[in-house]
Design a protein around this ligand. Structure first.
Ligand SMILES: [Fe+2]
Length: 201
């Protein structure tokens, strides 16, 4: 999948935001693919992990987070949901195209399934995933629904993402620093992360 073309479509200018997004996504991608390559027993789809890691934060430009060059209007926590809606929109465009252009029907179902898998990666990578209870209890600015990473690709990308900060691109957290950074979100998230570390490291 040509994920760079998709990124360039939504980030047409070579500016600090696009450079930051590409740098961060590449960091997550490299780590996620190392996990895939070291653990064939997980049975992860390498192509999906690569594209998903590169696209998981595609929604950030519509959020209000000036510290990381995002000058949109939405709450930053919504960037995963925004990314998912972008990928579902792209799938819909392909579907429409396939109804009018016979040559585009080839592989269109397969492509739409792939885009849906990418959309899920986007919407399920916040923290170690969000439950409807956490969203409601903390009054998070999103619909109260379970947004938990479920497939192995969703889990690997969510895990790999936690080692990197978009505001400090030069930093890579150690395992213990990453666990520490998750403590404020509660014990359940820390437990899940420790479990992933056992599986993936
Ligand atoms: Fe990220």
């Amino acid at each position: 999948m040509d994920y760079l073309s998709l990124i360039y479509r939504y980030y047409p200018e070579d500016n600090a935001l696009r450079r930051m997004l590409l740098h961060h996504s590449q960091q997550v991608c490299t780590r996620a693919l190392q996990i895939v390559d070291r653990h064939p027993e997980l049975g992860a789809n390498r192509i999906l992990v690569e594209a998903g890691a590169m696209l998981h934060d595609i929604g950030i430009f519509r959020t209000d987070a000036p510290g990381i060059h995002c000058h949109g209007t939405e709450h930053y926590l919504l960037h995963g949901i925004i990314g998912a809606s972008i990928l579902r929109h792209e799938a819909e465009v392909l579907r429409q195209k396939a109804t009018t252009d016979v040559s585009a029907t080839i592989h269109s179902d397969e492509t739409c399934t792939f885009y849906e898998a990418l959309a899920r990666i986007c919407e399920r990578h916040t923290g170690t995933g969000l439950t409807r209870q956490v969203i409601a209890q903390r009054g998070l600015p999103m619909p109260a629904q379970d947004l938990l990473p479920e497939t192995i690709e969703e889990q690997i990308i969510c895990y790999a993402d936690k080692f990197y900060s978009k505001s400090h691109l030069e930093r890579e957290r150690s395992l213990s620093q990453t666990i520490e950074s998750l403590e404020k979100f509660g014990d359940a998230g820390v437990e899940k992360f420790r479990h992933w570390a056992e599986l993936f490291e």
